[in-house]
Design a protein around this ligand. Structure first.
Ligand code: ATP
Ligand code: MG
Length: 312
């Protein structure tokens, strides 16, 4: 699969992170930003840093927030030639604030921005083998659903593969159409990347094992369960590989899941085993939480190997 291009499509955003925990985005607080963000962007940035061939589809305003994204993605080696720069729209924005228990609240400015103005775009996919990564975070938006459906059907028609991180945040998953499409994507996926909170959200009342069984019945080759500070579990056929969480200081957990997926997919497309991909992804997720900003903790093989050496 070495000639595989990993592609992602969805919301490109800048994010502002509050310094004060518990302000809940309704009290005065200081914020840092603009950080490059959006789940598809975080994942593809990390995959590129891990040496994979990558391309992203999305929309940005012709403004400096848009430049934050293109500068960052290009510096990491992502092909941004298909990213639209729209004169009449502004770049999408998200605000996030944490609470003391580690939970967070978001406000997204996505609808009617450049981020969701890509539904009618003719998407020209790269030559060669394709692996499309879909984040459920994108599926709460009707225009992005159209764009993702269009690319996913082209990828499948070309014999390509799909991977899916449910990222089932309540804010983005309120409508039934989004949920329906998420299940459709999962049923077409070769790789599934749920987190423990995704399982609880998608299969309320079921145990972890029951939820895993349910998800595996959709037919994916590999299921990777992301367990936050507890690490990760990789299930590939009959094999199960458990990875404990690395002991790190968590500064900002947003984006750890996307960094995990980007690392795992980059490793798999470069011929590594699911076990090795899981070990690196688990370390990449740990590194991701140590920096403020959704993709500021993205890493390359060298820093991952340094963490793995420290551990062994
Ligand atoms: P998000 O949706 O915010 O990107 P997620 O909920 O999909 O995140 P997590 O389980 O939070 O995903 O994190 C992904 C992976 O990152 C975990 O499986 C683990 O490998 C690593 N990780 C996350 N948080 C920590 C932490 N505090 N300490 C060590 N490793 C962590
Ligand atoms: Mg996630």
């Amino acid at each position: 699969m070495n000639d595989t291009t990993i592609i992602s499509v969805g919301e490109l955003l800048v994010e502002f992170v509050s310094h004060r925990k518990g302000c809940a985005l309704r009290e005065l607080a200081e914020f840092t930003g603009p950080y490059a963000s959006g789940a598809p962007a975080i994942c593809i940035d990390q995959a590129a840093r891990m040496g994979a061939r990558t391309k992203i589809f999305g929309g940005l305003g012709a403004d400096n927030f848009g430049n934050v994204l293109t500068d960052r993605l290009q510096a990491s080696g992502v092909d941004t030639s298909a990213v639209l720069r729209l004169e009449d729209k502004t770049t999408g924005v998200a605000f996030v604030s944490y609470f003391d228990d580690g939970t967070r609240t978001f406000i997204f400015h996505l609808n009617d921005t450049a981020a969701d103005a890509i539904a009618e775009t003719p998407f020209v996919l790269p030559e060669g083998a394709l692996l499309l990564h879909v984040s459920g975070a994108s599926l709460g938006n009707a225009n992005l659903r159209v764009a993702i459906e269009s690319i996913a059907s082209q990828v499948l028609a070309r014999g390509g593969k799909i991977s899916c991180d449910p990222n089932a945040r309540a804010e983005l998953m309120r409508d039934q159409a989004g949920r329906d499409m998420l299940f459709r994507m999962m049923e077409h996926s070769s790789y599934l990347f749920p987190s423990t909170s995704d399982l609880e959200f998608l299969f309320p009342g079921k145990s972890e094992e029951q939820s895993i069984d349910q998800m595996r019945s959709y037919g994916a080759d590999i299921l990777a369960l992301k367990r936050g500070s507890q690490g990760a579990l990789i299930i590939s056929g009959e094999d199960r590989f458990e990875f404990c969480g690395h002991k790190v200081q968590e500064v900002d957990p947003t984006g750890a899941g996307d960094a995990f997926c980007g690392t795992f997919l980059a490793m798999i497309t470069q011929g590594h085993s699911p076990e090795s991909a899981g070990r690196y992804a688990n370390a990449a997720g740990a590194l991701a939480v140590t920096r403020r900003g959704p993709m500021e903790g993205n890493s390359d093989s060298e820093s991952i190997e340094q963490l793995l050496k420290l551990k062994s």
